[in-house]
Ligand binder design. Structure first.
Ligand code: GLN
Length: 314
């Protein structure tokens, strides 16, 4: 499909309009008050093309809790710290289980299946902690995301971070269980502090799409010419997003959308069209697997109309 910039603007605007009439918006997460109080009617979409052209629709400028989408940025940063040694502590296979599942950890001796389920991201947080204080690791994570997006006003929502910590029994269980196998190296409260603050990053669709550009551009930050990761590492992170980015809904997302994508329980999804675009969508209502209902639908329609699936012949 030959697309002009104005075609793409029209497509993005049309999709946002269509989402207003969608019959089933899913159910927003309610496990913490700051997520439960978000207006379920919100919908935002941001598409940033390789040349930097930005298409926004709906609530694309409104910040929301990026939650598990932060697992992509945390993994990228942790790989920068320890390189491929990281894979001794975290697997690379889809789990087929819920995002917060503990069952596979027993059979796999405390090695989580992949970095995008909670257990895997908690190990990644433990790596980010390294020899630092949690406050420093959290600060490094925030600075990294600001660099990726090229925006200094991105913040961590303290109310969300505190609520995650106050209710995070399941995450505490995962961390303690992995610690019993020696795969968490710090006090679990300290590691979880890093994990919860990363989940609590507040970003808009526009900021998220900006932050995802390095994965579209073979590891380079397009606006600056600065390399964030090697081309091989960017390709591998995209592969993990495709196979593991939507938990036990990853196969369904690949089937319907066909792009590397990472969802968060706040209703956001970051999707990468290698070489072409970085896309972020947000709608708080979730499907039964905890992935944004309308966010997925919007991406499905975007891919239908642009031919952007990675499985489409060029
Ligand atoms: N903060 C959430 C949790 O740890 C993140 C999960 C998600 O976005 N799916 O449970």
């Amino acid at each position: 499909i030959d697309l002009s910039t104005s075609d793409l603007s029209g497509i993005v605007a049309d999709i946002a309009e269509e989402m207003k009439a969608a019959p089933d918006r899913g159910t927003p997460a309610a496990y913490i008050p700051p997520l439960a109080k978000v207006d379920p009617a919100k919908f935002g979409m941001a598409v940033i093309e390789a040349d930097g052209t930005c298409h926004l629709a709906g609530d694309a400028e409104e910040t929301f809790s990026i939650q598990s989408i932060s697992k992509v940025f945390a993994l990228t940063l942790a790989l920068g710290h320890v390189g491929d040694q990281l894979w001794k502590r975290v697997g690379r296979e889809p789990s087929g289980s819920a995002f917060n599942s503990i069952v596979q950890l027993e059979f796999e001796h405390g090695i989580p299946r992949n970095p995008f389920i909670n257990a895997g991201a908690i190990v990644v947080a433990d790596i980010l902690l390294g020899r630092n204080e949690p406050r420093e690791a959290i600060g490094e994570m925030l600075r990294f995301v600001r660099t990726l997006a090229g925006e200094d006003d991105i913040v961590i929502d303290r109310e969300v971070a505190d609520a995650e910590a106050a209710t995070g029994y399941r995450n505490a269980a995962l961390a303690s269980y992995m610690r019993s196998f020696g795969n968490i190296h710090h006090d679990v409260e300290r590691t979880l502090g890093v994990y919860f603050h990363a989940c609590a990053l507040a970003m808009s669709c526009r900021q998220l799409a900006l932050a995802g550009r390095y994965l579209m551009a073979g590891g380079m930050l397009p606006s600056t010419g600065r390399r964030i990761v090697s081309a091989q590492r960017a390709r591998r992170i995209n592969a993990l997003m495709m196979t593991c980015g939507h938990y036990d809904g990853s196969g369904e997302f690949a089937f319907r959308v066909g792009l590397p994508g990472k969802s968060g329980v706040g209703g956001g999804i970051l999707a990468i069209v290698p070489g072409r675009a970085s896309v972020a969508v947000w709608s708080p209502g979730l499907n039964e697997r905890g992935n944004s209902q309308l966010g997925t639908l919007a991406l499905e329609r975007l891919v239908q109309r642009t031919g952007w699936s990675v499985f489409e012949p060029a």
